[in-house]
Ligand binder design. Structure first.
Ligand SMILES: CC(C)(COP(=O)(O)OP(=O)(O)OC[C@H]1O[C@@H](n2cnc3c(N)ncnc32)[C@H](O)[C@@H]1OP(=O)(O)O)[C@@H](O)C(=O)NCCC(=O)NCCS
Length: 383
């Protein structure tokens, strides 16, 4: 199999293998997916494995940022991984992912994230369970009266793409969020033009929802705000649909302020999609991430990362004054030992005790690292 970048005219050649992997696409669904795919195709981020002229594998790398304690870190979102059914079980999937990991580094991404349909393939190459996308159901009526005052809010269209990206970024920065994704302006331009998405923009917040369940429910795909008044105003817009839509399905953070807005707490997390993280460039990822102010931690590390040898070896990890750095160091007899999976888990805030007990971390004293990397990572997107 030869893996290469897809040319703009070649995307239709992947439809057959993608249909046999994820189920058939109607023409309308395929056209809609092409609108979102085009920016990454033009950026040379759509890949296929060829056997002669035949497409036998596919994959893409979205150009994203991911917020870690309120700081944007360059991240490759892996999606659309397929191998033709008749070719599976012969190592093509592993060859494809190994190739894509290399390309993540070539693109200059510090991190990579993916939603796994099966995990072993990815775990064995250094992606590890890190966070979740959480969806809740809320009775629409419960939202109707949460808005205390009117806030300037307007419908958002394609020309607002840059502002939408900026507002969402400011919200995640202010909240010191861990895990949410930042899409580029090109994505928002497509999203905000889609006729089934209804989007609203405030100075410090953004809402998008669509109708679902045969138009008996609303699906809030994103509602983020920095202030209580904007949060209330945006949820009240959703709640105003209660006479037609009985239920709201919403994608929220696990500690989303919305969960504390409601008079009755009859909402619980109902669905969780697990996502995995891979540290592609360890020093760059550690440096770009944010950390809680007032937490100081220092530890010698021994990283073993056969797929990304530049991450391997002896390091000194220092976190101080909200900044982190990873410096080359001499061998240390009590170094904390990590593979790529352990490093991803640590980065994502998995407590050191959990990493140790699951065999992902060993050696030295790493207790102070739990406080430095503490996080409950989430995502508001699926790709
Ligand atoms: C998942 C998929 C890409 C794997 O491709 P593949 O060519 O069969 O994978 P490989 O032969 O390289 O297998 C790599 C490893 O993953 C494991 N693996 C592959 N498919 C698996 C599955 N469905 N469940 C559990 N493990 C699996 C293999 O056992 C192998 O592990 P090993 O080397 O330790 O034995 C392929 O089955 C596929 O296209 N599935 C349908 C679409 C899909 O699920 N895509 C993934 C979306 S995240």
């Amino acid at each position: 199999m030869k893996i290469r970048v897809l040319e703009p005219g070649e995307l239709d050649a992947t439809r057959d293998v993608r249909s046999r992997s994820f189920g058939p696409f109607s023409d309308e669904e395929w056209e809609a997916s092409l609108r979102y795919t085009r920016p990454s195709l033009e950026a040379g981020r759509q890949f296929a494995g060829f056997d002669g002229g035949r497409v036998v594998a596919t994959g893409r790398l979205h150009d994203l940022t991911q917020w870690w304690h309120g700081r944007p870190v360059s991240m490759a979102g892996v999606g659309g991984i397929t191998v033709a059914p008749e070719e599976r079980g012969r190592g093509l999937g592993r060859a494809l992912m190994t190739d894509l990991l290399e390309r993540c580094a070539e693109f200059g991404h510090s991190l990579s994230m993916l939603y796994p349909a099966t995990t072993w393939l990815y775990r064995s190459l250094g992606w590890e369970h890190a966070g979740g996308q959480h969806k809740i159901d809320i009775p629409t009526e419960a939202l109707r009266s949460v808005g205390a005052e009117r806030v300037p809010v307007r419908r958002a269209g394609p020309d607002d793409a840059a502002e939408v990206a900026a507002v969402i970024g400011r919200v995640h920065r202010a909240a010191r969020d861990c895990g949410p994704i930042g899409w580029a302006e090109a994505y928002w331009r497509v999203f905000l033009a889609a006729e089934q998405e209804f989007s609203y923009l405030a100075d410090d917040g953004f809402l998008s929802f669509r109708w679902t369940d045969s138009k008996t429910a609303l699906e809030v795909t994103r509602l983020v705000a920095s202030s209580e008044r904007t949060l209330r105003a945006l949820w009240a817009i959703v709640g105003s649909g209660s006479s037609i839509a009985a239920t709201v399905h919403a994608c929220v953070a696990p500690m989303d302020a919305a969960l504390w807005l409601l008079r009755e707490r009859d909402v619980d997390i109902v669905r969780r999609n697990q996502w995995m993280l891979r540290v592609v460039d360890a020093p760059a990822a550690i440096e770009a991430r944010g950390y809680p102010a007032g937490v100081t931690a220092e530890a010698p590390l021994l990283i073993d990362d056969p797929q990304r040898p530049a991450n391997s070896g002896h390091w000194r990890l220092v976190v101080r004054d909200g900044e982190g750095r990873l410096e080359r160091s001499a061998e240390h007899p009590h170094a904390v030992r990590l593979g790529a999976g352990g490093l991803a888990g640590l980065y994502a805030g998995v407590p050191v005790a959990s990493l140790r007990c699951s065999g992902l971390l060993g050696g030295g004293n790493a207790d102070a690292l739990s406080a430095a990397f503490a996080a409950t990572p989430f995502s508001l997107d699926y790709f």
